[in-house]
Design a protein around this ligand. Sequence first.
Ligand SMILES: NC(=O)c1ccc[n+]([C@@H]2O[C@H](COP(=O)([O-])OP(=O)(O)OC[C@H]3O[C@@H](n4cnc5c(N)ncnc54)[C@H](OP(=O)(O)O)[C@@H]3O)[C@@H](O)[C@H]2O)c1
Length: 272
Amino acid sequence: MRILITGGNGQLGKALQKVLVGHELTAVDLPEVDITQRAAVQDVLAQTAAELVINCAAYTDVDGCARNPELAYRANGLGPQNLALACLAQGAALMQISTNEVFYGDNPHGYDEWMPLNPRNPYGRSKAAGEFHVRSLLPRHYIVRTAWLYSAGGRNFTQAILNRAESHGKLRVVADEIGNPTSTADLAQAIAQLVATEQYGTYHLVNEGACSRWAFANEIVRLAGFDVPNEPILSREFSRASSPPPFGALHNTAASALGIRLRPWGKRWQNF
Ligand SMILES: NC(=O)c1ccc[n+]([C@@H]2O[C@H](COP(=O)([O-])OP(=O)(O)OC[C@H]3O[C@@H](n4cnc5c(N)ncnc54)[C@H](OP(=O)(O)O)[C@@H]3O)[C@@H](O)[C@H]2O)c1
């Protein structure tokens, strides 16, 4: 299949390029293709004659989105709208990558794919807008929601914790935000399996199990061989521009029904 990956230089874009072997791949990113520019999106689709676009491009700085919601909407709402319209015109399918932050995070049982969206911050609102446009404009689409992505060398929580442990010799991490740590490599494998099914629809793809940021940080420093104290704190003690969903755990219900499974995020996944 001819596949175009937008946001190809990001964590997930890079992981996808490693696993989507056997396909004719083109990966683009800023500055050459800005998904907020409709003409640029139409041009790259026409040039590549893509049969499927996987949109990994996004403004992923959650606090930056809270400071500049308009910018967040342009990248995360208008961008997917441009892609959906270009795919419609060309007869291509679109996979839009989305987030657990489209949910409010007040359900201690976690979220299935069909539950109502209720984002609590501008990043979540802009990603919900992207989902809305794709779903309403293009019949042949996948929405893939994921969470807490990490990869070696990427901009992510794992790297931030390792940097902090090294520079400060101690950690203070929130224990009342729950989610699913997810390896971009595992997610990319699951996406490759999903693409092969052509079973369009909405999916959650996260490593199985959920934990707090604090428990995740414990595992990161343990595996890295650091011996640093990690004090659990409450979100209200940690000042930031955005407010993430407190309980944003996703269930991979729809993908499991197709036989697509991701391994547990870690041995201690039950440790909130
Ligand atoms: N990271 C997570 O924990 C997480 C969790 C849940 C869902 N997601 C979703 O998963 C997807 C991939 O995330 P990721 O962690 O791989 O993100 P990432 O590493 O931040 O990569 C995103 C890429 O998109 C590019 N980009 C930003 N605005 C763009 C635009 N207007 N046009 C074209 N490219 C643009 C970025 O370029 P610059 O670096 O130059 O800005 C970057 O290369 C995103 O849809 C994100 O919302 C991520």
